[in-house]
Design a protein around this ligand. Structure first.
Ligand code: IVH
Length: 670
């Protein structure tokens, strides 16, 4: 008879083999019942002999206890990001640039480039010591990530043990939630009255960052490897061969990984993947192109945080077709009444989409849209859903603008200067009133009353306690405690936040008023130029028009706003309640950006992007959103993406654009 130890070794080996066949090869060797039977026998043996439990036993995948927090791990080698290409021409110039950089030193490999899908999940680094999975670390800031081994072990396509592995092996790849798992999870969640997951990517990231591995396990996450990190001895001489070794080790690869020699082959694969994208069981958002030979990769090295030997060719936003079931109208904070498409639900760009803004009636006319049409839908900038075009004009019902506001039933009128329609209800329109208050209390250069959130504002408005901006300062703790779910402590917190916000700056106050088209930067301009609120209240239309960047629309809106007796009354009440700001002084920053255009990208440690903009303006410069030949400086922080590559590109074409880091920026400002 076999000893318990022999049996345990035998069962673990068998189960791991079957599990690999099922989860990685999609080719089950035994029935589920057989697997379960052996699994239970193993479990029984292990509970009798806990000292014999093997670390790579399948029972250990969810066997871990919840962790109390995430330990930080330094990556054996930094996890870099990739530069982006956006079309065939970009791809061709990447290939040409890379081959030119190699010059005569091109190697004799059969294949020069490897192309593989860019998986849209969560980057993961797995470290194996003598074949045993020891750490699993998220990307973090590229240098240091979070240890998530307890949740990663629940992923069945990740081997817990590798035979014949080098002493030290770092495997890199993407954790993702397969679309099928996502839909099944959500179906169950909805049936049980639970909140569904928003999209596959968040579901994967959220699943990995669970303290309790049982919750991770419910998401049925998966893992595909796209290469090695640090290794004690190389697996092969090139990327493709090392991927094949990783497959031998038990990992899943992307089926659509191919080797190419010419730009034409690479571009053809790019288009093939765009076509195939919707049919795959996981989200991809581009194709990664890598130089195959490790020697050549080493020769080219890196620039800042991206390799010169690889790039990501991003896909155009994914499009799907669906039916326009109807059009609803919505009133925004500004009173603008906008049409919103009511769509038959489609899964596009990683989320379920059932409505999309149509902006205004001109857009509907431009699209030639009728209710019942078959239309294409995409996520603009991969975020906001939008209708792209009418694919089949099968609808018959014309779309008409409503005559009355869907929120307050006041008359709706067309703007004189645009295609927009607006509710005339103003202070009697709940959408406009709560919208204005939400805007006033919001962050990012406005009054920033953080505890006074959207929901609370809506509740207080509904009970008649918040009808205009100045009512904020009349609120009492008791007003809030009368609402459901607000106890004394949380109510006091709101009042404290309101009081704390009273000390502010003139630009912040102006930006909070929500004057149409007059945002943060225009508010700074007004404050800098007029110096005091009194001067602003007395300014003429011409005075506003003379301000830098103010056109006729902004000047008209500002003049109209400050001429309304209602608005003046509200402003006076706000000031009487104690809102105050320091006198505007001339900027004491050196005017280092005088008449210069500065683009800001990425994130910073000492300030937010909005604060950086303020600093640029205070130092005499203009902050702009996009890189062009007119840009003088790019202030590039952490995770600077396409703007940085564009600036580098312009630089390489001899344009005098300067790229500055956070430290250099602060140094310039003294
Ligand atoms: S290679 C230096 N290959 O994309 C090479 N990355 O911007 C760096 N990603 O967060 C990575 N699919 O997790 C590579 N086939 C693939 C990829 C891939 C997705 C992610 C990666 C990282 C980001 C890089």
């Amino acid at each position: 008879m076999k000893s318990p130890q022999d049996l345990i070794v035998e069962y673990v080996a068998k189960l791991n083999k079957w599990s690999h066949a099922y989860w990685v090869n999609d080719n089950p060797l035994v029935s589920d019942a057989t697997y379960d039977e052996v699994f239970h026998e193993l479990k029984a043996l292990e509970s009798e002999h806990p000292e014999l439990i093997l670390p790579h036993s399948p029972t250990q995948r969810v066997g871990e206890l919840p962790v109390s927090g995430f330990q930080k791990n330094t990556h054996p080698q930094p996890m870099l990001s990739l530069d982006n290409e956006f079309n065939d021409d970009d791809i061709a110039s990447f290939v040409a640039k890379t081959l030119a950089a190699l010059g005569d030193s091109k190697c004799e490999l059969q294949y020069q480039f490897v192309c593989e899908p860019k998986l849209d999940g969560l980057a993961m680094s797995l470290v194996y010591l003598n074949g045993q999975l020891k750490t699993a670390t998220t990307r973090g800031d590229g240098e240091v990530g979070e240890m998530v081994l307890h949740s990663i072990k629940t992923i069945k396509s990740i081997p817990l043990f590798i035979d014949n592995a080098p002493e030290f092996l770092e495997v890199r790849g993407e954790v993702f939630m397969p679309k099928r798992a996502f839909f099944e999870f959500n179906e169950k969640a909805v049936a049980n009255g639970k909140k569904p997951l928003v999209n596959c990517r968040n579901a994967a990231a959220g699943g990995v960052r669970q303290l309790n591995p049982k919750i991770t396990a419910e998401r049925n996450l998966d893992f595909i490897t796209y290469g090695v990190g640090k290794v004690s001895e190389p697996l092969a001489e090139d990327h493709l061969a090392s991927l094949l070794v990783l497959r031998e080790f038990g990992f899943k690869l992307s089926e659509d990984t191919i080797a190419c020699n010419t730009t034409e082959e690479i571009v053809a694969h790019y288009h093939k993947l765009i076509e195939k994208r919707a049919k795959l069981d996981f989200d991809i958002d581009g194709m990664v192109i890598k130089l195959n030979s490790f020697k050549e990769q080493e020769k080219l090295g890196f620039i800042t945080r991206v390799p010169r030997w690889a790039t990501a060719a991003k896909f155009p936003a994914e499009e799907k077709d669906t039916i326009l079931k109807g059009v609803k109208f919505q009133t925004a904070r500004t009173g603008q009444v906008t049409p919103v498409a009511d769509l038959e639900t489609v899964f596009v760009g990683g989320v379920n989409v059932s409505s999309a803004s149509l902006h205004n009636m001109d857009e509907i006319a431009r699209l030639g849209l009728k209710i019942g049409d078959r239309v294409s839908v995409f996520r603009a900038g991969d975020v906001v859903p939008a209708v792209g075009a009418v694919l089949e004009s099968i609808g018959t019902e014309e779309i008409k603008m409503v005559t009355h506001c869907p929120s307050c039933n006041s008359l709706v009128k067309k703007d004189l200067d645009s295609a927009n329609y607006r509710c005339t209800g103003q202070n009697s329109c709940p959408e406009q009133v709560t919208g204005a208050i939400i805007h006033y209390a919001s962050r990012d250069g406005r009054m920033n009353i953080s505890s006074l959130g959207d929901k609370l504002i809506e509740k207080l408005h509904a009970v008649g306690k918040l009808n205009r901006l100045s009512d904020i300062y009349k609120l009492t703790k008791e007003d809030i405690m009368e609402l459901d779910g607000y106890l004394e402590k949380s109510s006091q917190k709101v009042i404290d936040a309101i009081n704390a916000s009273k000390t502010t700056t003139l630009p912040k106050f102006l930006a909070s008023l929500g004057i149409r088209e007059v945002g943060r930067s225009a508010s700074i301009t007004m404050a800098k130029h007029f110096k005091s609120l009194d001067n602003i209240l007395n300014a003429s239309y011409e005075d506003f028009l003379a301000l830098p960047d103010f056109g006729t629309v902004m000047a008209t809106n500002a003049k109209e706003y400050f001429s309304s007796p209602d608005n003046i009354e509200v402003i006076n009440e706000i000031i009487e309640s104690g809102v105050n700001w320091p006198e505007i002084e001339e900027s004491n920053l050196p005017q280092v950006f005088k008449d210069k255009t500065v683009v800001i990208t990425g994130s910073f440690t000492a300030f937010s992007r909005e604060e950086a903009k303020d600093k640029v303006m205070a130092a005499g410069g203009k902050a702009s959103g996009s890189i062009s030949a007119k840009t003088h400086y790019l202030l590039a922080g952490e995770k600077a993406g396409s703007k940085l590559s564009k600036a580098q590109d312009l630089q390489s074409k001899g344009k005098p654009i300067q790229i500055i880091s956070e430290a250099e920026f602060l140094e310039m400002l003294g």
